[in-house]
Design a protein. Structure first.
Length: 175
């Protein structure tokens, strides 16, 4: 029979140990994400996957913010983050650092996530606004578009769900 582990048994990193740990070379870019809960969830998921950095762009909320903290649960202290006035500025920053950049969106010629090839290279993933998605000008600046296959009547996932799905699939391919 399985017994739920106590927090002490999980061997979680301290914030200091997290800051000093080798990171997975993945950057999340939030393109004008309006929900502070989605921002907080992105921080928490970024912490769970030990990713390199989170870039908050445009109107995306930034810490310190109590609404972000409700879902981040302290991950704003562990995950490296930067704010950029515009998403194209963030993409220029990433290109200078040698990242391959992909939008996560529904688009012509997108690559289904299950067919996307990933081998642990430096990659940035752009997630867009809850209503409008990733801006077309941002898509145009990306190397490609990754699409999460869906079969139901709704045409999208919540951003926080999309972040978890995509990171898990990339990690699975990396292992």
């Amino acid at each position: 029979m399985s017994e739920k582990l106590k927090n002490e048994a999980l061997n979680r990193l301290s914030v200091e140990a997290f800051k000093n740990a080798e990171k997975w070379p993945v950057v999340l870019v939030l393109d004008n994400v309006r929900s502070l809960n989605n921002v907080g969830s992105a921080f928490r998921t970024a912490d769970a996957f030990l990713i390199e950095e989170l870039l908050l762009c445009g109107l995306t909320g930034t810490p310190p913010n109590k609404e972000i903290e409700k879902t981040a649960l302290g991950a704003t202290a562990s995950v490296n983050w930067k704010h950029f006035k515009t998403t194209p500025e963030a993409l220029d920053y990433l290109k200078q650092k040698g990242y391959r950049i992909f939008a996560v969106e529904q688009a012509k010629n997108s690559i289904p996530l299950n067919n996307f090839t990933y081998t642990n290279e430096k990659i940035a993933l752009v997630f867009g606004n809850e209503v409008y998605g990733v801006e077309q000008t941002v898509i145009d600046a990306c190397e490609g578009v990754i699409e999460i296959p869906q079969a139901g009547s709704k045409h999208s996932f919540n951003i926080s769900v999309s972040v978890g799905i995509v990171l898990w699939e990339l990690l699975r391919k990396k292992l």
